[in-house]
Design a binder for this molecule. Structure first.
Ligand code: GRF
Length: 220
């Protein structure tokens, strides 16, 4: 029996949790050797919480509406997360702007997934914005979280075509299929110690990653 300690991962969600499900599936199939230690949602009643329950993962709600300020909520969230002693915090559709105190606390050990080819289209409505701009391709980025919204160093990016008949919904589906591949991959790299953030940059196997991260290109 190996005594290797598994990377403890806390996942933060606000909604449906399909990315959480991709992590659960990868973990359960043996592809992703981590311990999904807890799932925390800032919104009650979301499907992601049921997914955690179904997988037997401890889960809880910390409702931001119960806090008078962003700072107070983030302080309480840090306490709750840290009670699970995570090695890595994974934001999986966690729809909150984070305070610098929060991002600083988890610097180098917190990942986010954002549905665009960062640095393009930080913020919301990324699929429609890419279509409206007449872009020929779009995608998704996993990145380390820093104080800058959707601005930390990229780890891995998947690129897909935009077709003339695409709507924001059809494009979102194509992008989400890639999300569910690259997020478990990035978490696996981190858990194995192959991926780290140093001096504001992403390193994989000791090599500096390019600005867009490791690129998986399905466009063209
Ligand atoms: C995903 O599109 C992700 O890129 C974005 O929020 C969405 C979360 O979806 N950050 P889900 O809750 O994982 O289904």
């Amino acid at each position: 029996m190996t005594s290797t300690k598994l990377c403890r991962v806390v996942v933060l969600i606000s909604g449906g949790g399909t990315n959480l499900q991709a992590l659960i599936d990868a973990q359960q199939s043996g592809e992703l050797p981590v311990q999904l230690t807890a799932v925390i949602s800032n919104r009650p009643g979301v499907k992601g919480l049921q997914r955690a329950a179904d997988a037997g993962i401890p889960h809880g709600i910390l409702d931001h509406k119960a806090y008078e300020s962003r700072e107070h909520f983030d302080e309480a969230l840090i306490q709750l997360i840290d009670s699970h002693k995570p090695d890595l915090v994974v934001l999986a559709g966690f729809m909150r702007i984070l305070t610098p105190a929060f991002t600083g606390h988890y610097l180098g050990r917190m990942l986010n997934i954002h549905p665009s080819l960062l640095p393009k289209y930080q913020g919301l409505h990324t699929h429609q914005r890419a279509i409206d701009a007449g872009d020929s391709c779009h995608g998704v980025t996993v990145h380390f979280v820093t104080a800058e919204l959707d601005g930390g160093p990229a780890v891995v990016q998947a690129k897909v075509n935009i077709f003339p008949e695409d709507t924001a919904d059809t494009l979102a589906q194509r992008v989400q299929a890639q999300e569910h591949i690259i997020y478990p991959l990035a978490v696996k790299w981190f858990a194995s110690g192959d991926l780290l953030m140093e001096n504001g940059l992403s390193l994989l196997n000791g090599e500096l990653l390019p600005h867009c991260g490791h690129l998986i290109d399905h466009s063209g």
